[in-house]
Design a protein. Structure first.
Length: 133
């Protein structure tokens, strides 16, 4: 009986230690394991690859935010495309508010600022913040 409890407690201890040091184990094992296994173990999900041209064709471009001119082929930009979550949020704002792409980007930006306690003009909304000396 005592042997079974000791073996079980040893197994539980090994599992807890493995879970606690999982990041170190991943970084150590990464060169030796296939990328699909590392991706599955580290909760990594590859992004959908929509290019800047695809997003510009979908209406995510304007004269103020010209994707084709600034981020197209040969611009030196190493990103594949815009952040898909941000693009989807801008699309939702455009549909709900019935506004232009630039106005939807401004609304999204102001929401992010408000969520972080910053007024649209860039000043902090915290009453205790020191803005002048």
């Amino acid at each position: 009986m005592f042997v079974h409890i000791s073996a079980l407690s040893f197994f539980v201890l090994v599992v807890f230690i493995g879970y606690y040091f999982r990041q170190r184990i991943y970084s150590f094992a990464e060169p030796y394991l296939p990328t699909s296994v590392i991706a599955r173990l580290s909760n990594y999900q590859p992004l959908q690859t929509f290019s800047f041209q695809d997003q510009a064709a979908a209406g995510m471009s304007s004269s103020n935010f010209d994707l084709e001119a600034n981020m197209g082929e040969g611009s030196g930009e190493n990103r594949v495309g815009l952040d898909e979550e941000a693009v989807e949020e801008v699309r939702r704002i455009m549909a709900v508010e019935r506004c232009t792409f630039d106005r939807a980007r401004l609304i999204r930006h102001n929401r992010i600022l408000a969520k972080n306690g910053i007024a649209p003009d860039g000043t902090p909304l915290d009453r205790k913040a020191v803005t002048r000396l």
